[in-house]
Design a protein around this ligand. Structure first.
Ligand SMILES: Cc1ncc(COP(=O)(O)O)c(C=O)c1O
Length: 447
C-alpha cells in the first residue's frame, strides 16, 4: 500500500509540476462549471490538462508542454488538428455564410459522398451530434416497426439520449440480462423497461432475448467496436445479429459514429453487413459538431414532412453549411489508402505495446482494430463489458497521467484514436514512452 501511495504521489506531483496554469484554470473553472468542466468525460483527477492549440498530431497545453495527440477529441479529429484542407473549407464557407435555414448544395454533396461510401444508406438526414443521430434512428425504428423496445449491448455508449443511457457502466452488481440499469439520475421514469440489454459478442444470449421479446422489439442497436473499451466484435457476431434480426422482423441499427474510420464504407463494409439504419458523427463533421442517420428508404420515408404522420426531426443547426463543408473536406482527405495507412499504424501500435508488456512481464490486454487501440490491465481476455470491468482501472488512470508527463495524450482510462497526422515515427515514440511510463507505474497493483 505504501509503495502504491508513493507511486501515485510521484506521478501526480510530476503532473502538477508540469501543469500549474492548468491547475489555476481548473480552480477558476470550479466557480463556473459543476466539477470544473462542461463535458463530464473531459474531467480526470487531479484536474484536466488545458490545451491551447493543435497542429497535425501535436497539441500544446497552456503551460507550453507539447504532446502527441492520440485522443483527437475521442475520435472526431480524424486528421489531427488544423488540417489545411479542412481549414480552407471552413474559412471559405465562413466567408460565404455558415447557416441559412434552407437546404444547400452542400447537403446533397455530403449526402452523396456518405451514401457512395456506405451503400446501405439509401436516404440520410443530418443532425448536430452522434447523440441526436442515435435518438432519431431509434425514433424512426420505433415508428416504422410500431414497437416500443430496443436491445443494446451492456457497456455500449451511444451518447446522451435517455433510451441508451442504460447499462453503459452498470458496475459489478449489474442485473441479469436482459434487464438494464438506468445509467444516470434524472432519466425518464421506467426508461430501462424499454431498453433491453445483452452481452456484447454473445450471439446466443442475443438470440434468446430477441426470440423472447420480438413482439415488443423495434431494433437492436450495436457498435461494430465497443468504443468504451475498444472491444471489436468477434467474426460472426455482427453477421449473426443481422440474420437474427432479419428472421424476426426486428431492425438492425449499426452505430458507426466512431467506426466509419475503419474502412471507406465503415465497419459494415469490413464485415459485409447491410444494416437497416446507420448512425454517423465525429469524422463526417471535420471537427465541427455533427451527426447523421440513414439507411433503408422505406424506413427513412417516415420523416417525409409531406407524409400523413411524419416522425419529428428538426434542429436549428442540423446540416449547417460550415459543418457540411468541413465534413466534405475531411472525407475527401480520407481515401482508401489513407485509411489503410492509419489502420496499419494501429497494428504497429498494438504490436509495440504488446512487445513492451511482454518484455516488462506485465499482464495486460491490448485490444481494438485498425486505428482504434485499447489497453486493459487484466490477465484475462477482454471481449465484453464484464471482462473489461475486471481490469485494474486505477492503474489505467495512473498510466494516463504518466503518459501525459512524457508528452503523450491518450484517452483517460486507456485508449488511442489515431489520426492520419501520425507517422511511424510518432507510433514508435509512443511505444518507447509507454515503456518508460510502464516502468514508472511499476508493480502498482490495486487488487
Ligand atoms: C459509438 C458512439 N455513438 C454515439 C456517440 C455520441 O456522439 P456525440 O458525443 O457526438 O453526441 C458517441 C460519442 O462518443 C459514440 O462513441
Amino acid at each position: 500500500m505504501t509503495q502504491q501511495r508513493e507511486t501515485r504521489s510521484l506521478i501526480e506531483s510530476a503532473y502538477r509540476a508540469r501543469t500549474p496554469r492548468s491547475a489555476g484554470l481548473h480552480r477558476d473553472a470550479l466557480a463556473l462549471f459543476p466539477g470544473g468542466v462542461t463535458r463530464s468525460v473531459t474531467f480526470y483527477p487531479p484536474y484536466p490538462t488545458y490545451l491551447a492549440e493543435g497542429c497535425g498530431c501535436r497539441v500544446t497545453d497552456v503551460d507550453g508542454n507539447e504532446y502527441v495527440d492520440h485522443l483527437n477529441n475521442f475520435g472526431s479529429m480524424i486528421h489531427g488538428h488544423a488540417h489545411p484542407g479542412v481549414v480552407r473549407a471552413i474559412q471559405a464557407q465562413a466567408a460565404k455564410g455558415t447557416d441559412f435555414g434552407t437546404p444547400t448544395e452542400l447537403h446533397l454533396a455530403l449526402a452523396r459522398e456518405i451514401s457512395r461510401r456506405v451503400p446501405s444508406v439509401e436516404r440520410i438526414r443530418f443532425a448536430n451530434s452522434g447523440t441526436e443521430a442515435v435518438l432519431y434512428a431509434i425514433r424512426a425504428a420505433r415508428a416504422f416497426a410500431g414497437r416500443p423496445k430496443i436491445l443494446k449491448m451492456e457497456g455500449g455508449y451511444h451518447g446522451g439520449y435517455d433510451s441508451v443511457v442504460v447499462s453503459v457502466n452498470p458496475g459489478s452488481g449489474a442485473p441479469p440480462w436482459p434487464a438494464g440499469r438506468a445509467g444516470s439520475p434524472g432519466l425518464a421514469r421506467g426508461i430501462a423497461d424499454h431498453t433491453l440489454v445483452a452481452p456484447f459478442n454473445d450471439l446466443a444470449a442475443c438470440t434468446a432475448i430477441v426470440e423472447q421479446h420480438r413482439n415488443d422489439l423495434a431494433a437492436v442497436l450495436v457498435e461494430p467496436v465497443m468504443v468504451r473499451g475498444m472491444i471489436a466484435a468477434d467474426t460472426g457476431f455482427l453477421s449473426g445479429l443481422r440474420r437474427l434480426t432479419a428472421e424476426h422482423g426486428v431492425l438492425l441499427i449499426v452505430d458507426e459514429v466512431v467506426t466509419l474510420r475503419l474502412a471507406v464504407g465503415g465497419a459494415q463494409q469490413v464485415v459485409g453487413l447491410t444494416p437497416d439504419l446507420t448512425t454517423f458523427g465525429k469524422l463526417i463533421g471535420g471537427g465541427l459538431p455533427v451527426g447523421a442517420f440513414g439507411g433503408r428508404a422505406d424506413i427513412m420515408a417516415r420523416f417525409d414532412p409531406s407524409s400523413a404522420d411524419p416522425v419529428h426531426h428538426s434542429g436549428t443547426f442540423a446540416g449547417n453549411a460550415a459543418t457540411l463543408a468541413a465534413g466534405l473536406a475531411a472525407l475527401e482527405a480520407f481515401p482508401e489508402q489513407e485509411i489503410q495507412r492509419v489502420n496499419a499504424l494501429g497494428d504497429r501500435l498494438r504490436a509495440g505495446l504488446r512487445q513492451t508488456l511482454a518484455r516488462c512481464g506485465v499482464a495486460a490486454q491490448v485490444t481494438g482494430t485498425g486505428s482504434l487501440v485499447g489497453l486493459h490491465w487484466s490477465d484475462q481476455p477482454v471481449r465484453d463489458y464484464r471482462s473489461a470491468l475486471r481490469a485494474d482501472h486505477e492503474r489505467a488512470r495512473l498510466l494516463h497521467l504518466a503518459l501525459l508527463n512524457h508528452g503523450i495524450f491518450a484517452r483517460p482510462g486507456g485508449g488511442f484514436f489515431l489520426s492520419t497526422a501520425v507517422t511511424e515515427r510518432e507510433i514508435d515514440q509512443t511505444v518507447a514512452i509507454f515503456g518508460t511510463a510502464l516502468d514508472e507505474v511499476g508493480q502498482f497493483v490495486t487488487r
